[in-house]
Design a protein around this ligand. Structure first.
Ligand SMILES: Nc1nc2c(ncn2[C@@H]2O[C@H](COP(=O)(O)OP(=O)(O)OP(=O)(O)O)[C@@H](O)[C@H]2O)c(=O)[nH]1
Ligand SMILES: [Mg+2]
Length: 467
């Protein structure tokens, strides 16, 4: 924490501009060694100064000119890290940022570790732990909905909500403990019904928060959509159509796709991962049969299933078998499976009654992977089914971002549940209050009021350097 650190904050590689950050109590002493005195004098809080930067002089050698830069100054404590900080905008590319970082190190800074700037912001009270974690989540977000989900954490709304839960716990604890202090006198300060109802609503809030992880996880990893059906029904054509590029090989030869092909795609701000699979049928071909095993595993684990049939041909035994596999899936799916009656540009030969009974249990749509007929409807079906599950984080709704948060809330919930049970069983108030204290501590851990070095090390090591 006492060192002055430096790192490139922008990604490496050819680019117009790169940003280098320097933070720590020696920031301005370090800058003095790489800037001319007349430029150093111009540095002022929140002001941008154009200045030449140099590699510090060694012995009798002259300082080596490196680049003309913009230097932005932030004076402690009014900076991202809470320390003296400068951001240097230099030319991007492979050489200039690297040489500048070297010069700053020669001037007395050291290279920052992953996440060290944000860790300092946390340790100096500029961000709480949830906000700090959201910085990493913002940087790695891959869809608009993910960004919306993370905004609540970065803005501090999520932490305010957690603090509200904590003060409710403190209120309840003081009520219960006041009674304990007067246990001898057998006085009751609070109405039992009221305490119970407040405990119950606390439990419900924590339970809602705990279950929100499932939704936020889906938003962040993307909704995994398995495209299944027997060979030659048009699965790979559909994948290409959805991705708007020739990703998978398409031929009229049944059994073309052998391996799993998956790719992410954003539709209406939501992230989907489409997975093309080998057509499922019984086969003597060893390689194809391995592909089919993979198809079955993808089908079992997907969040949503898109099944295709070719309605220009009679339905076959395989279609009915795959249908059964889809409907028997154990995994709790995001939504009803979707059935596409593909090749709708060709005449339909399947009898209406047979189609009706086949489509039972599915949302279904006439479709053509060739002409893209009803593509908009398919995208709306996909988006609609996801929104119904609350994955569209538009509203003010709070969700847990990562496994650490989920684990902490799970423990806090279990303590409150224990407290409710002890209360129901008329156990001494001491039991109830001990459980509530555990929960209170855990909510503190959630936002980082209580933390230990191992936890922090683990969190910030997942960041990139320069964050
Ligand atoms: N007319 C018509 N032909 C289609 C349509 N969709 C796919 N096809 C054709 O059907 C054949 C098989 O398409 P694929 O996309 O390779 O089918 P698949 O389901 O991936 O097949 P496998 O990989 O063998 O399981 C190709 O000749 C496609 O051009 C469609 O909507 N209409
Ligand atoms: Mg295919």
């Amino acid at each position: 924490m006492n060192d002055t650190i430096v790192a490139q904050a922008t990604a490496g590689g050819k680019a117009a501009i790169a940003v280098i950050r320097v933070s720590g109590s020696d920031t301005f002493r370090v800058m003095q060694k790489v800037m001319l005195p007349q430029d150093i004098e111009k540095l002022q809080h929140r002001k941008a100064v154009i200045a030449n930067l140099y590699h510090p002089a060694k012995g009798s050698s002259q300082p080596e000119f490196l680049d003309q830069c913009i230097v932005l100054t932030f004076v402690a404590p009014h900076s991202y890290t809470g320390e003296d900080l400068v951001e240097i905008q230099c030319h991007g590319g492979f050489v200039v940022p690297h040489l500048l970082a070297e010069a700053l190190i020669a001037a007395g800074a050291r290279y920052a570790q992953a996440g060290e700037f944000t860790q300092r912001a946390f340790l100096n009270g500029k961000l709480d732990l949830v906000q700090a974690e959201s910085v990493e989540a913002i940087v790695s977000a891959s869809s608009r909905s993910e960004l919306k989900l993370v905004h609540h954490h970065y803005s501090g709304h999520f932490s305010t909500e957690v603090k509200r839960l904590r003060s409710e716990l403190i209120d309840l604890l003081s009520l219960l403990e006041l009674e304990l202090d007067f246990a001898e006198e057998d006085v009751e300060f609070a109405d039992r019904e009221e305490i119970l109802s407040r405990l119950n609503s606390l439990r419900d809030l924590l339970s809602g928060l705990f279950h929100s992880y499932e939704r936020s996880h889906l938003v962040r990893q993307g909704v995994r959509v398995a495209i299944v059906g027997k060979p030659n029904v048009g699965k790979s054509s559909l994948l290409n159509l959805l991705l708007k590029k020739e990703r998978a090989i398409v031929t009229d030869h049944p059994g073309t796709t052998r391996d799993i092909i998956e790719e992410a795609m954003e539709i209406a701000g939501l992230k989907f991962v489409f997975i093309d699979t080998a057509g499922i049928r019984s086969t003597e071909d060893y390689v194809e049969s391995l592909g089919i095993q993979r198809s079955q595993s993808v089908l079992a684990n997907a969040d949503l299933v898109l099944m295709l049939i070719d309605h220009s041909e009679q339905l076959k035994k395989e279609d009915w078998e795959i249908r059964q596999l889809v409907l028997n899936r154990k995994k709790h799916s995001v939504a009803q499976p979707i059935l596409l009656l593909n090749k709708s540009d060709l005449p339909c030969v399947v009898h209406r009654n047979e189609l009706d009974s086949f489509a039972k249990g599915f949302s279904f749509l006439q479709f053509s992977s060739k002409t893209a007929e009803h593509l908009d409807e398919l995208e709306s079906l996909l988006v609609g089914s996801v929104k119904r599950r609350g994955l569209d984080f538009q509203q003010d709704d709070y969700a847990l971002l990562n496994v650490r948060q989920k684990n902490v809330v799970e423990k806090a919930l279990s303590s409150v549940q224990q407290a409710v049970e002890s209360f129901h069983r008329n156990l001494s108030q001491e039991f109830v209050s001990a459980e509530l204290r555990v929960s209170l501590g855990l909510l503190g851990e959630l936002i980082g009021d209580v933390s230990n070095e191992d936890i922090l090390g683990n969190i910030f090591s997942n960041f990139c350097i320069g964050k």
